[in-house]
Structure formats: structure tokens, C-alpha cells
Ligand binder design. Structure first.
Ligand code: UD1
Ligand code: UDP
Length: 384
């Protein structure tokens, strides 16, 4: 039996972990036992608890309850907490997802205890070290033993950084001789699995939305929320599109953004959006509700990594409110346009997608069975 400890903490990790836990429960329960640790990086009901019941994720065995803080304080508290749990649980491997402070904390704690780190969503790069996530993902990749990248470009990035696709026969795979894989994306596994169930949600009806006749937006990146000019430029664009098109825009707002709206929006933008009934600013929604919104939005505007891809999974065009993306294939294939926080560019991208409605959606993110593949490889390498 292979024993893994899985670290989750932020919303997207809780969601991603659902795919692996489901695969273990349905196909590998006699070979893998999973201990889940929740760092508590996200803790509001609608940023954490809501996903466990809806997505059938096992209740975490350990809750660190670290909550918010500066990068240093938050990450340090997580490292200390995870180290104690690893001493107690003695797993064969530790699994981390993505690029948050919870990811980094897990990777640092385990690698220093010589516990192999399995990084799911490895290899992604924005080539922008102003992003805390870029630092987290680079550091995590370089202490990992198994690296599962969702995309071709992730594979190329790892090869460019010196990772080897193959090792001489007999090489023991460890942190000094890591193995990289192109596994596909566990988020695609989830979107396929939950797509139909999402139709049972009443969110469209509750918000009085008609299918295909509204836009969806999410904003939470620190470089957008923390700069008045950028946040105001984005909200200005949303306000203009809603009014000129007479279309609703739904904004399930991340708590980080919600807390900064009053202080960081220019007064004229704030008052205009307050008087615009078409801008529906709501608290974060559950995963199934989010999928229901994504499936039926005409266009999705976002600075989220996950939401960019879900737009693609549900064949919606996407406007990326950032200066670059790790999901480069979306832009190269014309499914998404990078606009940064620039009102004119956002309006131009919206008009582009009004005219160009025939987009192609190749299988960039695997076949919906990435989690099964990852479980199989973990067993092959670590099971005793
Ligand atoms: C974190 C990740 C980011 C990821 C995002 C997903 C890092 C460095 N960043 O950003 O990569 O895209 O999660 O959503 O790890 N807050 C609450 N309630 C909560 C959680 C947060 O009110 O349940 C507020 C707090 O004011 C907190 C702020 O949001 O200070 C930011 O939270 P934090 O987890 O530090 O970063 P995120 O912006 O959520
Ligand atoms: N999501 C959700 N409810 C919301 C907003 C997002 O369930 O109100 C989901 C979304 O469907 C995706 C994930 O959260 O699966 C993306 O997380 P987030 O945008 O917080 O982080 P990122 O992907 O940018 O790291």
C-alpha cells in the first residue's frame, strides 16, 4: 500500500484534489491510502467548505488553520505545521498542486525530510517573477521527484530548465533524478465529470440570466486588485460593455477583491458600477454553480488560471486580464486574448469575439483521465 499525504489550502487546489481522491476511491483504493492536509489558506465557507460536500472530497485528516498573512508568515506557519504532520504520518510521498503558498510550503517541508514530492500542474511558467505564483512553481518543481505537467508547453519549459525526459536504464528516480510526465490536466477530468450535474443548479434562474446572453468575470490577482489604476481600468471596461451591450455581467468576487473595491476603485468608476444593475457582483459560488455560469456565458473575462481553461473546456471565448499567461496554447489557438488591465484592449477583444464565433477546441489538456495516470505512476515508483 502506497501512503500519500496531499496538501491543499487554496480554492483551486481543493477543486483539483477532488479528481485524484475520486480516482483513488474508484480505482486504486486497494493500492493507495491518502491523508489530506488542509493548510487553511482559504477558510471562508464559500472558498473552502462548499467544495468538500459538493465534489465528494474526503474530509481533511489534518487542519492547520493558518489563514491569511504576509507571504513569509503564512508560508512559514504552513511549513512548520506540515513538518509535524509528516513526522507523524511518515508517508511514502507528498502530493502538491499548482503554485500557491500552500504548494511551496508542502514542497519545502517534505523535500528537506527526504520525502519525495509529487507536483501536479508542474512546468507552467509565466516568465514573470513579479508573480508570487511563478516563484512558488519554480521552487516546487526543482525539489520534486515526480512532475506531472498538463500541457506540451509545460513539458518544453521543464526540458529547457534541464529536466530530462528519459534516464539511463536502472536510474533510481529521486529528487536528484526527477521524472517528468505529460499527464493531461486534472481540471479537465473534473470539468468532464461534473458538467452534467451542474445543470441541476438554479444559479441562472436565481440571477435572472438567459443562456448565452450574459458575460462572466473573475478578478483576484494581486497585481490587479492592489493597483488602483489597473483595478479601475478593468471595472471601467466591464461597466462599459454591460451598458453598451445591455448585457448582464456576473462577477463572483474573490474575498481579496471584495475587500479592496471601496478603497482601490477610482470614485467615478465605483459610482458608475454601483448605479449599473447589469453588473451582478455576487459572493464566490460553488464549483457546480461556476460551471453552470461558464457553460452558458457568451464570453468569460478573467485573471484566474483555472477559469481560463474552464472557458476552453466549455468552448467559451476568454479575455485574459493579465499581461501574459501560462496557458499559452489558448492564445496561440485564438481561444483567448490577452488584454492586460487595459480598458481599450478589453473592449477590442470583446468586439473581436463578437465577430469571430467559430473557434476550434483541440485536445490540449488530455483525455479526462489525468488523475488515473498520475495514480498509476505514483504506485509504480513508490509502492513498497
Ligand atoms: C491565492 C494564491 C493564488 C491563487 C488564489 C486562488 C498565493 C500566493 N496565491 O491567492 O495563486 O490564484 O489563491 O484563489 O498562494 N481571504 C478571505 N477569505 C478566505 C481567503 C482569503 O477573506 O477564505 C482574503 C484575505 O483578506 C487574504 C486575501 O483574501 O489576505 C488573499 O488571500 P491569499 O490566500 O493570501 O491569496 P489569494 O489572493 O487568495
Ligand atoms: N471557482 C469557483 N467559484 C468561484 C470562482 C471560481 O468554484 O466563485 C473555481 C473555478 O471554477 C476554478 C477555480 O475556482 O475551478 C479557479 O480558482 P481561482 O480562480 O481562485 O484560482 P487560480 O486558478 O487562478 O489559481
Amino acid at each position: 500500500m502506497l501512503k500519500i499525504v496531499t496538501i491543499i489550502g487554496a480554492r483551486p487546489q481543493i477543486i483539483k484534489a477532488a479528481a485524484l481522491s475520486r480516482s483513488i476511491r474508484e480505482r486504486f483504493s486497494s493500492q493507495i491510502s491518502e491523508v489530506i492536509v488542509h493548510t487553511g489558506q482559504h477558510y471562508d465557507e464559500n472558498m473552502s467548505n462548499v467544495f468538500f460536500s459538493e465534489m465528494n472530497i474526503p474530509t481533511p485528516h489534518h487542519q492547520l488553520d493558518v489563514r491569511s498573512g504576509s507571504h513569509g508568515k503564512q508560508t512559514a506557519a504552513m511549513i512548520a505545521g506540515i513538518e509535524e504532520i509528516l513526522l507523524q504520518e511518515k508517508p511514502d510521498a507528498l502530493v502538491v498542486y499548482g503554485d500557491t503558498n500552500s504548494t511551496l510550503a508542502g514542497a519545502v517541508a517534505a523535500s528537506k525530510m527526504h520525502i519525495p514530492v509529487v507536483h501536479i500542474e508542474a512546468g507552467l511558467r509565466s516568465f514573470n517573477k513579479q508573480m508570487p505564483e511563478e516563484i512558488n512553481r519554480i521552487l516546487c518543481d526543482h525539489v520534486s521527484t515526480l512532475l506531472f505537467t498538463p500541457t506540451d508547453s509545460g513539458m518544453k519549459n521543464l526540458l529547457n530548465e534541464g529536466f530530462k525526459a528519459e534516464h539511463p536504464a536502472g536510474t533510481k528516480i529521486d529528487a536528484d533524478h526527477p521524472q517528468i510526465y505529460h499527464s493531461g490536466d486534472v481540471m479537465y477530468d473534473n470539468s468532464l465529470y461534473f458538467a452534467e450535474l451542474a445543470e441541476s443548479k438554479n444559479i441562472l434562474k436565481n440571477l435572472q440570466l438567459s443562456k448565452g446572453d450574459f458575460l462572466l468575470a473573475t478578478i483576484h490577482r494581486d497585481y490587479n486588485t492592489d493597483h488602483k489604476e489597473r483595478l479601475s481600468a478593468i471595472f471601467d471596461a466591464l461597466d462599459i460593455i454591460a451598458r453598451s451591450e445591455n448585457k448582464a455581467i456576473v462577477l463572483p468576487l474573490h474575498p481579496r477583491t471584495a475587500k479592496l473595491l471601496e478603497t482601490n476603485l477610482y470614485a467615478n468608476v465605483l459610482s458608475s458600477l454601483r448605479s449599473n444593475p447589469l453588473l451582478k457582483i455576487i459572493p464566490p459560488v460553488s464549483f457546480l454553480e461556476m460551471i453552470a455560469l461558464e457553460k452558458h456565458a457568451s464570453v468569460i473575462l478573467t485573471d484566474s488560471g483555472g477559469v481560463q481553461k474552464e472557458a476552453f473546456f466549455f468552448q467559451r471565448p476568454c479575455i485574459i486580464l493579465r499581461s501574459e499567461t501560462e496557458w499559452v496554447e489558448l492564445v496561440e489557438n485564438g481561444n483567448a486574448i490577452i488584454t492586460d488591465a487595459d480598458t481599450e484592449r478589453i473592449l477590442k477583444a470583446y468586439n473581436h469575439f463578437k465577430e469571430h464565433t467559430k473557434l476550434a477546441f483541440p485536445a490540449f489538456y488530455g483525455d479526462g483521465r489525468a488523475a488515473d495516470f498520475i495514480c498509476g505512476e505514483m504506485i509504480r515508483h513508490f509502492a513498497k
